[in-house]
Design a protein around this ligand. Sequence first.
Ligand code: M6R
Length: 595
Amino acid sequence: MCGIIGYSGTGNDVQEVLLTGLSGLEYRGYDSAGFAISNGSLAVHKREGDVSGLEAEVPASNHDGLAGIGHTRWSTHGPPSDENAHPHTDCESRVAVVHNGIIENYQALRTELSTAGHEFESDTDTEVIPHLIESALENGATPDQAFRQAVDRLEGSYAVAAVFQADETIYVARNESPLVLGVGDDGHYLASDVPAFLEYTDRVIYLEDGQFARVSPSGIVVTDEQGAVIDTAIDTVDWDPEDAGKSGYDHYMLKEIHEQPTALRKCLRERVSELENTITVDELSSLESTGPIQFVACGTSYHAALYGARLLRENGRSAQCFLASEYDARSIPITDETLVVGVTQSGETADTMSALRAANQAGATTLALTNVVGSSAARECDHVMYIRAGPEIGVAATKTFVSQQAALAMLSGVLSNGDSPTLIKDLRGLPDKLQHVLDESTAQAVATEFVDADAYFFIGRGYNAPVALEGALKMKEITYKHAEGFAAGELKHGPLALVTERTPVFAVVTGTDAAKTIGNIKEVEARGAPVIAVTDSPEAVGQYASHVLAVPDAGPYLTPILANVQLQLVSYWVANQLDRSIDKPRNLAKSVTVE
Ligand code: M6R
């Protein structure tokens, strides 16, 4: 959570770079925003609310500065307010600091600093950092020394950046919170995520935990905890700046839903060969796994993991799925035979990272299935498989869910050594079938009809059970309306009591278990609820439903992926008609870096 941006250079207007970067980072948090520019003194602007509000408030001019840092906040310590917005400064405004993460020992530090006479203006944990720096400066430290001494006192997670008055260097450090550096022709950048500066450069340095960096117009110097200079590789990212824009769509979410055929093609490219009847994932060539497989994930990624675990079980492997926040290595059997797969779009989710670290410590082999190159999960796991969905800016996961499912289908092929001609053929045909769903969907009309419903229920069985859970998650997070997803057979064991004529039920009916789910539809209809069947057999199933959202048949394992797309569209159009903040739903953030 929270987004950080920084720029030091001569080629661009610092304020413009910071505001552009902050807009690109708002998916990480959007309850307040601010920036500081060093131009002899420190010019600090910050306020509660989103980046557009900040932008409207500040003068359009540049500050003649060469270095600046910015921050967009998802509040943890203290509510959204002007005072709690970053950057935070010391008593004399000599240094400004932005931070993403949690300082666990901030209370003790604050007491110590207050006793020494420092005055605090916010409720945040972050504010101790500029005061620690100030204290070190007063003891004669240089800015670099003062920054290091302050960081040395911190316990917890942080990506932190500081600018000093009359200094064009930005000082940064990272521990368990994302931070990437950008190498440009006319200056250097830092950010929580690459899209924040992608418009200016695609050359990046991934900072490791425990590393520090000095970012200045002339270069980037990365050092270790002791201050020794480290040689770092410069990678080039293959994301297009256009990928990070809205391309004419009203919302990122709608754009990303429509990008799904392309995302799938990228995910499958050079991995699935119909000609040779093989699934080959180069990144996994050294992965050996014969023991139990455990998946750890949160939210939408957990729903993808449920799908992946089921596929593996059907292919004869022992596979279990855990909510990452409930993965307790003390009570779960983990040996050096165990493969633990972290499914995480961002690669930064704190719960998932904590589960993966526990698995590593317990001796398991770990695999990250992620979208973000160089993310914490990618770096800390023994193996990594990229889903290649491209940047996803909308908080609601859409194209990354579809790409995760496709990647998991390939992973199940790799881990079960059984290249299935049917699965391979179905995977190859999936992008075109998904395009067909997007072209033909009547989800908008369904949304219009049911926009005033009291609640929405989603049911499905087998591979469609995770689709039902995901349909409900999407509906609740962007429409703020009550929605629940159930394995279809569970409805009659309690939730049926909630079903009325004002609670539409979306029934995902594909594959071999259709007959049983049709039985569940009848139970619902008998209580007067409208049923919307999402199905690849509109003729056979349609007679039991009041509405049908049809999908092509993509085989037993992949048709559920298409059914999910119809549900994404229904949620989108309900939220649109309710005028919700679709890309930045209230209280949420894209990358959840707190446990
Ligand atoms: O980055 P991750 O995949 O680890 O994120 C996990 C969840 O926070 C995420 O899937 C969340 O549930 C979705 N953004 C909801 O649409």
